[in-house]
Design a protein around this ligand. Structure first.
Ligand SMILES: Cc1cc2nc3c(=O)[nH]c(=O)nc-3n(C[C@H](O)[C@H](O)[C@H](O)COP(=O)(O)O)c2cc1C
Length: 216
């Protein structure tokens, strides 16, 4: 293994938020291989591993896909910028998140490496993604161990066919995300903010909830 931070697995899980401010500094190849090798240890239905892991570093290719991503961003969020920034809750997204996602939308191509997991023959199976997202989380945690930030993104997807053509993907392939990787330029390895675990957990039957005992 190359040099990396030795992190307890739970500590890593609790300190890996989306990192959207990334430096353009290169990621060494041996580190990238290690991150990919961690990703492919993830689960897939029947261990079919119907995936491929596209590594994208070409500046022109990244710029083209960033333009498509930006279209998706503007359609989903950017077009509502004034309303979101006027809302203390940031349109449900939170103003901070909005600003960091806006930054990524405008600087995506600057991330030195993108990884795009691709699934073959996903068809119309609504759960197809479940055969890759565990691997994606492995990828992001392995990146974390190397001090490399990542975000799972999908806003380019309005141009799925264009992306497939640009990357020479087979007809039966579907992109499952675009993960920009890079050393963080801003922000911290803070705990991701979520609804409390006891509010989203149901015991035995939907609606049966329990308070979580306080830790010792
Ligand atoms: C299916 C999926 C699609 C996502 N797409 C995007 C995206 O296109 N752009 C982006 O900036 N973040 C995207 N995200 C990241 C989420 O916004 C992020 O996981 C969420 O805000 C929690 O962030 P945190 O872990 O930093 O708290 C996506 C996440 C998932 C699971």
């Amino acid at each position: 293994m190359t040099d990396h931070e030795s992190l307890d697995v739970l500590e890593a899980i609790h300190s890996t938020p989306a990192r959207r401010f990334l430096k353009p500094d290169p990621i060494p190849d041996d580190v990238l291989w290690e991150i990919l090798d961690a990703a492919i240890r993830g689960p897939s239905g029947g261990n079919q591993q119907g995936w491929g892991w596209m590594v994208v570093t070409d500046a022109e290719v990244k710029q083209q896909i960033q333009d498509w991503y930006l279209e998706g961003w503007n359609r989903a969020y950017g077009g509502r910028r004034d309303a979101i920034m006027a809302d203390p809750d940031g349109g449900g997204l939170g103003q901070r998140n909005f600003l960091s996602a806006e930054h990524l939308a405008n600087h995506l191509a600057e991330a030195p490496v993108w990884v795009m997991p691709v699934l073959r023959n996903a068809g119309s199976n609504a759960r197809a993604g479940s055969s890759v997202y565990g691997a994606v989380q492995n990828l992001m945690l392995a990146a974390r161990a190397h001090g490399i930030g990542a975000t799972l993104t999908t806003l380019y997807a309005g141009h799925e066919d264009d992306v497939k053509q640009l990357l020479g993907l087979p007809d039966d392939a579907m992109t499952m995300g675009l993960i920009p990787l890079g050393y963080p330029a801003r922000g911290r390895w803070a705990q991701p903010k979520r609804q409390p675990v006891d509010e989203v957990t149901h015991w035995g039957r939907w609606g049966e909830q329990r308070d979580r005992p306080a830790a010792d």
